[in-house]
Design a protein around this ligand. Structure first.
Ligand SMILES: *Cc1c(COP(=O)(O)O)cnc(C)c1O
Length: 390
């Protein structure tokens, strides 16, 4: 049983607690194996051995070659390197100037694409997702052009949990020799990630979403895909990401990824039952509520809703006061009174879109915690509705 005084964490989509086994493998690289992996001497060699073992492990999990994995500071940097790197390289190589990005991307992709258009003269075209937040392959096919530099479609959406048909979309792009990037940051902990069976060219991951440390991530870059580095300097990471690599965090990320990827199938069943407990409970007990995202093709740990006549941020604060940590979509949006661009892109009116709630469960979530949440929620929704009309 959970302690009633300890807040209950239902926000695994924002970040996850680090696995104790991850900390254990990181520790030596802060102290005795502290060397710079670029140094020639024994200290450097020990650090390099740790770095390259991590790269081999993580590449093997992804079904990639070690040389195809670039370590970055997180999901955001991976998205930046993929999108900007591919756009500028394609412009230099073949004069390509068109970028194709879905309208349900995380800000790390969406804002990048807007900046590439506004400040660098690329032509940005958005691929509209459907009402369930899913990007249909036909919508991508209809927009692919000879001069398309890069396509970016999120693997699983962070706000509504919808999983996209990436394999189909990747096949369309490969047939036209256009690089496809997928942001798999939200998917990494809960879906098997195999770059060969997905057929993608670029794939972003961030460790803190899969029970690893914050501030570290990876970008898979398929052999033969050209990127312009977003950060100039030394020749680290195949010349794509200058700067001394963060060895302890990379070692931790590789360990965390191997732990989650080894257990995705086993965990999915438990998570799905907790998630469905949330979905069924909320829809049964809260009037004027709807599920957002795809009813089946969604992350096994992800439930998201809209409540009519509710200010999502006010509801979050009431929930926090009652001891429940949830989110109203992207964690970056807290305090922003504008409705989520993803929800409005999916066709929801401003009034509905303002009342969003995201409940993401994880490996430590217990059924009794969900019960407590479901017991508390209806009155808190009514209270926030009363605030709106007051
Ligand atoms: C969290 C998240 C990011 C950003 O990753 P950071 O490692 O926090 O920079 C990007 N895309 C998606 C889909 C995410 O969920």
């Amino acid at each position: 049983m959970s302690d009633p005084k300890t807040p209950i964490y239902l926000d695994y989509g924002a970040t996850t607690p680090m696995d104790e086994r991850v900390w254990q493998v990181m520790q030596p690289f802060f102290s005795q194996d502290f060397g710079n992996p670029s140094s020639v001497h024994a200290f450097g060699q020990r650090a390099e051995a740790g770095l390259e073992a991590a790269r081999r492990d993580m590449a093997a999990q992804l079904n990639a070659e070690p040389g195809e994995l670039i370590f970055t500071s997180g999901g955001t940097e991976s998205d930046n390197l993929a999108l900007r790197g591919a756009a500028f390289a394609a412009r230099a190589a073949r004069g390509a100037n068109h970028i194709l990005v879905s309208n349900v991307e995380h800000a790390a992709v969406a804002r990048n694409a807007v900046q590439l258009a506004d400040s660098h003269g690329f032509e940005l075209e958005l691929i509209p997702a459907d009402q369930q937040g899913q990007v249909q392959p036909e919508e991508v096919a209809a927009r692919l052009r000879e001069d398309t530099a890069v396509v970016s479609v999120v693997m699983a959406n962070n706000e509504v949990g919808t999983i996209n048909p990436i394999t189909e979309i990747a096949a369309l792009c490969r047939a036209r020799y256009i690089p496809l990037h997928t942001d798999a940051v939200q998917a990494g902990a809960y879906l098997p990630i195999n770059v060969q069976s997905l057929g993608v060219d670029l794939l972003s991951l961030g460790a803190h979403k899969f029970y690893g440390p914050k501030g570290i991530g990876a970008l898979y870059v398929s052999e033969g895909i050209k990127l312009l580095p977003t950060q100039a300097g030394g020749s680290h990471e195949e010349g794509l990401r200058a700067g001394t690599p963060n060895v302890p965090y990379i070692v931790g990320m590789a360990q965390a990824f191997s732990l989650v990827q080894g257990e995705t199938e086993a965990r999915a069943t438990t998570l799905r039952s907790l998630r469905d407990q949330v979905i069924n409970g909320v829809l049964k007990s809260v009037p004027d509520a709807q599920l957002t995202g795809h009813p089946e093709q969604r992350l096994p740990n992800h439930a998201s809703f809209l409540f009519q006549g509710v200010d999502g941020n006010a509801l979050l604060m009431l929930l926090d006061g009652a001891g429940f940590a949830c989110s109203s979509g992207s964690a970056c949006k807290t305090g922003d009174p504008e409705p989520s661009e993803i929800l409005t892109a999916m066709g929801f009116t401003r009034e509905w879109a303002l009342g969003s709630l995201r409940v993401t469960v994880g490996i430590h979530t217990q059924p009794d915690e969900i019960e407590a949440f479901l017991t508390a929620l209806p009155a808190l929704v009514e209270k926030s509705r009363a605030l709106e009309t007051a």
